[in-house]
Write a protein that binds this ligand. Sequence first.
Ligand SMILES: NC(=O)c1ccc[n+]([C@@H]2O[C@H](COP(=O)([O-])OP(=O)(O)OC[C@H]3O[C@@H](n4cnc5c(N)ncnc54)[C@H](O)[C@@H]3O)[C@@H](O)[C@H]2O)c1
Length: 255
Amino acid sequence: MSKPLENKLALVTGSSRGIGAAIAVRLAAEGAYVLVNYSASPERAKKVVDEITKAGGHAEAVGADLGSLDGPKTLIASIDTSFGGKFGGHLDILVNNAGTAEFGPFLETSDQSYDKLFNVNVRALIELSKDAAKRMTKSGWGRIINIGSAFGEAAPMPGVTLYIATKFAVHGFTRGLSRELGATGVTVNGVQPGPTNTELSPDDNGPAAQAMKKLTSVGRFGKAEEIAAAVAFLASPESSFINGENLTVDGGWNA
Ligand SMILES: NC(=O)c1ccc[n+]([C@@H]2O[C@H](COP(=O)([O-])OP(=O)(O)OC[C@H]3O[C@@H](n4cnc5c(N)ncnc54)[C@H](O)[C@@H]3O)[C@@H](O)[C@H]2O)c1
């Protein structure tokens, strides 16, 4: 039996660990050829690629620092050459997952913080989406999935202001682009995770984590695989009538 994403090319940014790694593994299990982007750790990206190939899937690692202005261009160039040129510059699925956060009082943040957060969380996502949309509208099918956040809809606590600003931008961009591309066969959706156990989330036993758990109704952090399951659905042909949606996967945080 064929898999839902058989022979589709997927690019997942920031997929050497955390939610991105789980998304890469899941899309590959659904049949996609996956480009695993990393910025700092080729070893970790290799681990993800090895896990996928051992399971019979297809993956390649691509290094690109999305905090630098050249990062998105490097990643875009890799689409043309990936898997021995098998896809001829075609791209089916883009998951903009890479993200960075800083916690602390806004008045103590530096100009460098704005640049880093906005370059990785917003600028790179916009640039990659633009290139992906050009490729996808040519073929008449595509999925752009942006990983937002429960912090992209509300500001439930202090000390997260810049991150919140970037995620509101991500959610707005998702909706805006979905309006422009809807009739082309390319859908643009988001997944907004609630607190999920990764290196980005606060120490599981610390006071911040305890407070965040209380804001969910299930009383726990999510698992990266639970976020990946929602992404796999939005990436699949079955989501064809969903466009401009920021799908909440947050254990009831926003209920
Ligand atoms: N963990 C959570 O609780 C949570 C909640 C809501 C949203 N999110 C979002 O989920 C996404 C994944 O986060 P995560 O929890 O897996 O965290 P993580 O820190 O484990 O992973 C972030 C990923 O982004 C990549 N990244 C960071 N800076 C980069 C750069 N300059 N260039 C390329 N890649 C870069 C990292 O290498 C890593 O792979 C992010 O967009 C994050 O904002 C996470």
